[in-house]
Design a protein around this ligand. Structure first.
Ligand code: ADP
Length: 506
């Protein structure tokens, strides 16, 4: 998803850049053409006005006004040329083309006799917009003339307008085409990234030693895949070191603890022992017991970490859960807890029986530990979609909301004092999590402080063929199966369930 959004982001950057470039380019083309047309028109008006001065105005005093009018009509034919011409002498109109009247050009700029240099103005006449050039000229006799010539800008405006429309229509089309094309073309350079991401997702979940493919692109991507692989090497080394360390420590501690226990236990039997010494030895033995639990649990975790995929066979999860509940019944009875089990004996999962039993033991143990006397514990096993689901709920003390995200962390205990009192090591749920992960399953916890806790374990179900083969083997045992689960009462009956209050406190 992120990759898709990266492509969208790159496309939008590139689209925005292209849009800006197209707008600048369009504006430059439009301005260039406008300047060219305007300059050409101005040059023509200037040249013509200068000619009028040289050829006619300079001689008007000698040849007369009618000569000027006739010459102007003949040489410039202003009406047919689309020109508007007016000549003033000392502010008085000497000559004006007939179309000036027709165009009702009231907007000639005020002609000042003191004006010395020519200038352009845009004016609007009845016939449309005009570009007007006014050229002042003083005769050798000191008479001031003004030559005014205007030409319509309609054609120029039409060309510029057409260009503007073409640019406005083409720019979005070019942009859209470039954006779609760019987005699709990005598939090619992004393909290695997709490949890298796909492999990166698998690293750590599949076999150790799995590495990212090195993409021989000779660019940043190749360097990135090599760097990532080196980083994975370092991480794996660090993890392996950690695992070895905790496995070694657990091993090393196991023997001295056993020796300590072996040496202290006979002392308790000694009737001559001072009661104070007896107390001290008793509490030392308790601590040794606790440390032994921690060491055993750490060993289990180290083994799970190091082992990778577990050996699996079809396990009747319902039967396994029921037998475990029966085994732990005494613990619950001690605390006057009621345990209800509702387990479908049709729920078969593929797994390691000993480990799965450990999951149920740890969860039941927690439920018993953290539920006050006369409370209730419920266990259910069912098949949901592709998963066998074990749910163990209690109406015990619950877990504070801010502790829930951490309960699967190693050595985490929500209430340290109470957990220690009840013999907790903070490793039970991490073992559950490690076992579920090794089975490609999930574990989740829901809890409300003071109301109770529900732990849900999901494990992938066996295929129908695996169950069939397993049942055949049970009927005609040739091989030895590791699963020593109690026989299924009626495995062909999908509704076959056991609903039992396992023990009653009263
Ligand atoms: P512990 O050995 O301390 O029970 P776990 O890893 O099994 O360690 O559990 C971690 C913490 O989660 C416990 O210390 C406890 O605070 C809390 N917890 C686990 N299960 C329950 C439960 N059923 N009810 C209340 N709290 C629980």
């Amino acid at each position: 998803m992120k990759l898709a959004s990266l492509r969208v982001r790159v496309t939008s950057w590139y689209g925005s850049l292209l849009a800006a470039a197209l707008v600048i380019f369009g504006f430059a083309v439009w301005m260039g053409l406008r300047n060219y047309l305007l300059t050409t028109m101005q040059r023509t008006l200037k040249d013509e006005s200068a000619n009028i001065v040289d050829q006619f105005v300079a001689h008007v005093d000698a040849k007369g006004e009618s000569w000027l009018a006739a010459e102007m009509e003949e040489s410039y034919a202003p009406e047919s040329d689309g020109r508007y011409i007016r000549i003033l002498r000392e502010g008085q109109v000497l000559y004006q083309s007939r179309n000036v009247e027709a165009a009702s050009m009231q907007t000639w700029p005020p002609a000042s006799a003191s004006q010395r240099i020519g200038f352009f103005r845009k004016i609007t006449a009845h016939a449309g917009p005009l570009l007007l050039y006014t050229l002042p000229w003083e005769s050798p006799a000191g008479v001031h003339f003004l030559i005014q010539e205007a030409a319509p800008t309609t054609a120029m405006d039409r060309i510029l307008k057409s260009l503007l429309i073409a640019l406005c229509l083409l720019t979005p089309v070019i942009l859209a085409g470039a954006a779609v094309g760019g987005y699709l073309l990005m598939n090619v350079p992004f393909r290695p990234v997709v490949e890298l991401t796909r492999h990166a997702e698998k690293v750590g979940t599949s076999a150790p030693g799995e590495r990212l493919p090195v993409i021989p692109t000779g660019d940043e991507l190749e360097r990135l895949s090599i760097s990532l692989n080196r980083m994975i090497d370092r991480l794996e080394d660090a993890l392996a070191h950690n695992r070895r360390f905790s496995a070694d420590v657990s091993h090393e501690l196991r023997t001295p603890l056993t020796i300590l226990r072996g040496e202290l236990e006979p002392l308790v039997e000694n009737p001559d022992l001072h009661p104070q010494a007896l107390d001290a030895i008793g509490s030392a033995l308790e601590e040794i017991e606790r440390m032994s639990d921690i060491v055993e649990n750490l060993l289990i975790i180290s083994k799970l970490d190091a082992q990778g995929p577990l050996p699996r066979s079809p396990i009747n999860l319902g039967a396994l859960a029921l037998s475990t509940v029966e085994q732990m019944q005494l613990l619950a009875e001690d605390k006057h807890l009621k345990v209800y089990a509702d387990a479908s004996r049709e729920t078969w999962v593929s797994g390691d029986r000993v480990r799965l039993q450990q999951v149920i033991v740890n969860l039941l143990d927690n439920a018993i530990k953290y539920t006050p006397a006369a409370g209730e514990i419920r266990l259910s096993v069912s098949g949901q979609c592709d998963y066998g689901v074990v749910e163990i709920s209690d109406n015990g003390i619950g877990i504070p909301a801010d502790s829930i995200p951490f309960v699967f962390d190693r050595f985490y205990r929500a209430d340290k004092a109470r957990s220690r009192e009840s013999g907790g090591t903070g490793l039970g749920l991490s073992i559950v999590k490690a076992i579920c992960t090794a089975h490609d399953g999930n574990v989740s916890i829901q809890s409300r402080e003071g109301a109770g806790t529900t732990v849900r374990v999901e494990l992938p179900l066996c295929s129908a063929e695996e169950i069939e083969r397993r049942l055949e083997h049970e009927a005609h045992p040739i091989d030895h199966w590791d699963d020593a689960a109690p026989a299924t009462p009626d495995a062909s009956d999908p509704e076959s369930r056991a609903l039992l209050p396992v023990n009653h406190a009263e």
